[in-house]
Write a protein that binds this ligand. Structure first.
Ligand code: XLS
Ligand code: NI
Ligand code: NI
Length: 433
């Protein structure tokens, strides 16, 4: 045991009336909601990078966190893992997620990176054996190091493509070794700063080849998890290729990968793309590529990816409503890709941030489930589209413009406007959140 979290007890469910800060009020892991435990519905994951690797800097100032594991050595990486797993235990976190660079010290070359990664993966593997926290997904950080400044798969330099492909192979190996349930690709530097130096066609082709190689390797190794792309419209690049769910789907379809790759949708990225979170989830469900979520919000005034813990139950409820409507998570889950603010320097802050986030999501899930059980919203939607269930309407879809024109003239079809009932539905929604 380290002393980092000192006397913080394991967080347990105490119910909504509890005044204990270190307790869940709404997240009751074993409580059954719509035939499944909350734990199995929500599948919470802690993001290793924000809680254990991020030093608390911003564009105007550096490190604010004083963590005993900061530094670049295998011993410190192991101490970091010790503390991380202590936090997972305190929170009873079902899952965690990591990038290679979060868990291993940086090496001087690919070989040293790989050795470091393998040693830490073995160390983490042992820790996982003794606990109940599993790996939701692993990923490669192909954006922080200067070698990736002009992209990874889309880099003009084939050597960077090679280094990136080799790194992804090692990260997929690490993910498989730790029993990961998904593998994520967020193309942090896959995009451009200026079109003046960018060959769009070549970059898309290379990005698709890279992704195909990832898919081939998955199959070769018999990995059963999902390959997920995480869309984001801008930041760090001025323009990111994986702009949003619909753009990613277009890309997958263009290169024949739409049945192989799904999406990991982040709340904050959805907002940056000018969408709502629930829109992105509904779109992914509609296209058959919904995979997982990163449940971290942005500040609505700042216009960048502030990665804050969720605090808005009505908003999250809309997201979980769409997730439940789509049948819930399969291999995916709710990853808190979120960091405490740089003034939140105490170990307690890390714990309480997650406790609040898990409670917020639990409330949102319960609201969404109650609304779905009520059925009012779905019934109203069915009624709105009921005309399309008639034989005439179905036949029309199989006909052509000339026949339709003849029918409209013969029957004197003259449609009358009908209310969309938005406010009634909003009132119904508000009874449940
Ligand atoms: C950055 C992304 C990143 C991915 C994993 O904005 O959200 O954290 O989730 O690389
Ligand atoms: Ni993000
Ligand atoms: Ni993310």
């Amino acid at each position: 045991m380290t002393t980092f979290f000192k006397d913080i007890p394991q967080i347990c469910f105490e119910g909504a009336q509890s005044t204990n800060e270190f307790a869940f009020r709404h997240y009751n892991p074993e409580e059954i909601v719509q035939g499944k435990s909350m734990k199995d519905h929500l599948r919470f994951a802690v993001a290793y990078w924000h809680s254990f690797a991020w030093p608390g800097g911003d564009p105007f100032g550096g490190q604010t966190f004083d963590r005993p594991w900061f530094g670049d050595s295998l011993d410190l990486a192991k101490l970091k893992a010790d503390v991380a797993f202590e936090m997972f235990d305190i929170l009873q976190a079902p899952y965690f997620c990591f990038h290679d660079v979060d868990i291993r010290p940086d090496g001087n070359d690919f070989a040293e990176n790989t050795r470091n990664l393998e040693e830490i993966v073995d160390y983490i593997g042992e820790k996982m054996q003794g606990g109940s926290t599993k790996l939701l997904w692993g990923t490669a950080n192909l954006f922080s190091h200067e070698r990736f400044m002009s992209g990874a798969a889309t880099n003009p330099d084939p050597d960077v493509f090679a280094f990136s492909a080799a790194t992804v192979k090692t990260c997929m190996d690490a993910t498989m070794k730790l029993g990961g349930e998904n593998y994520v690709l967020w193309g942090g530097r896959e995009g451009y700063e200026t079109l003046l130096n960018t060959d769009l066609t070549r970059e898309a082709d290379n990005m698709a080849r890279f992704l195909s190689m990832v898919v081939d390797y998955k199959h070769k190794k018999g990995f059963k998890g999902a390959i997920l792309i995480e869309p984001k419209p801008q930041e760090p690049m001025k323009h990111q290729y994986d702009y949003d769910v619909a753009t990613v789907y277009g890309f997958l379809k263009r290169f024949g990968l739409e049945n192989e790759v799904k999406v990991n949708i982040e709340q904050g990225h959805a907002i940056l793309a000018g969408h709502s979170f629930e829109h992105e989830i509904a779109m992914a469900n509609s296209l058959g590529i919904f995979g997982s979520i990163d449940m971290n919000r942005n500040d609505y005034q700042s216009g960048w990816d502030t990665d804050q813990f969720p605090d808005n139950v009505p908003e999250m409820a809309k997201a979980y409503y769409e997730i439940l409507r789509g049948g819930g998570f399969t291999s995916g889950g709710t990853n808190f890709d979120a960091k405490v603010r740089r003034q939140s320097i105490d170990p307690e802050d890390l714990i309480l941030a997650h406790v609040g986030a898990m409670d917020t999501c639990a409330r949102a899930l319960k609201s969404a489930a109650a609304l779905l059980e009520d059925g009012g919203l779905e019934a109203a939607r069915d009624t709105r589209y009921a005309g399309w269930e008639t034989a005439d309407a179905k036949a029309m879809l199989g006909s052509d413009l000339e026949s339709i024109a003849a029918t409209v003239a013969a029957k004197g079809i003259n449609p009358k406007p009908r209310s969309g009932r938005q406010e009634r539905l909003e009132n119904l929604w508000n009874r449940f959140v």
